[in-house]
Design a protein around this ligand. Structure first.
Ligand SMILES: [Zn+2]
Length: 275
């Protein structure tokens, strides 16, 4: 069933579990993640990031993912991750996405607020949920070293002026780590949580140790973003399959062997996220 993020947030807030948003790069990942969510009876998000949008435009991936959610027994939001321009955000909203993130985190707070307010107006036209970001979560694979942790006072002003449904924060989390090397600053997280009335989002959950992930379940965090753990599961299984069966050339057979590995990774993440 296709829903917005707002409709599934109550399943997590105050319930010692966090809604998982999984980055999706094709039909196979979506099948695997939806099967895992149905098994766990967990509401989730299928998320499309900038790299995926460059690969497959929202007008194509939106209806595909949306159609898959409508055939599912669990509630699923189709989410655009890290949109940095309002044009892409509007194209996604017109293409059956039910939830969008406007990412103005690399701009000044004032400019971030101005553009996120415009994103709010667009999202409202389509009844979609909106995520914003204050502070910047670095990308490990791009060699980003500059970290601007989220300041509670800035987060409070941002949420009050933009009306976002959820806020992504930078509290030690790092994008695209392939081993769990990042650590959450729980003191800073607590200060932000006290300052704002909306649930928080942690990006880069693949790079956190399980102990930090479990500790986050009882905080004001209501959404996790997970990408790398599924991508590494996919890549490893694909490499093994081709190594073990070098004569195999049939795409459908190859993919049928890969889907269970992605599903297992998603089941594991859902379990440690409280589902
Ligand atoms: Zn992110």
């Amino acid at each position: 069933m296709r829903v917005s993020l707002k409709e599934i947030l109550p399943d997590a807030v105050g319930r010692n579990r966090v809604i998982c948003g999984f980055n999706i790069f094709g039909y196979e990942d979506a099948v695997a993640v939806i099967e895992a969510a149905e098994e766990k009876k967990a509401p989730i998000l299928l998320m499309v990031n900038r790299a995926m949008i460059d690969f497959m435009p929202p007008e194509l991936c939106g209806p595909m993912l949306s159609g898959m959610t409508e055939r599912s027994t669990t509630r699923i939001a189709v989410h655009l991750d890290h949109a940095r321009d309002l044009d892409i955000l509007e194209r996604a909203l017109k293409s059956d996405f039910t939830s969008v993130m406007y990412d103005g985190s690399k701009k000044s707070l004032r400019e971030n607020i101005r553009l996120t307010v415009q994103a709010r107006k667009l999202a409202d036209l389509y009844g979609a949920s909106l995520e914003g970001e204050v502070g910047t979560v670095p990308y490990s694979d791009l060699g980003e070293t500059k970290v601007e942790m989220t300041e509670a006072a800035e987060a409070e002003e941002f949420v009050r002026k933009t009306g976002v449904d959820v806020l992504a924060v930078s509290v030690g989390n790092i994008h695209r780590l392939i081993s769990p090397k990042a650590r959450i600053d729980f003191n800073r997280l607590g200060e932000i949580e006290e300052a704002i009335p909306v649930p928080l989002v942690i990006h880069g959950v693949s790079g956190l140790p399980e102990s930090d992930i479990r500790r986050l379940l009882s905080t004001g965090v209501a959404k996790f973003n997970i990408g790398t753990r599924l991508r590494t599961a996919f890549g490893k299984r694909l490499q093994n399959e081709l190594r073990d069966n070098p004569a195999q050339f049939d795409r459908l057979q190859i993919m049928k062997s890969v889907i269970p590995a992605i599903k297992d990774a998603a089941l594991n993440i859902l379990s440690i996220s409280g589902w």
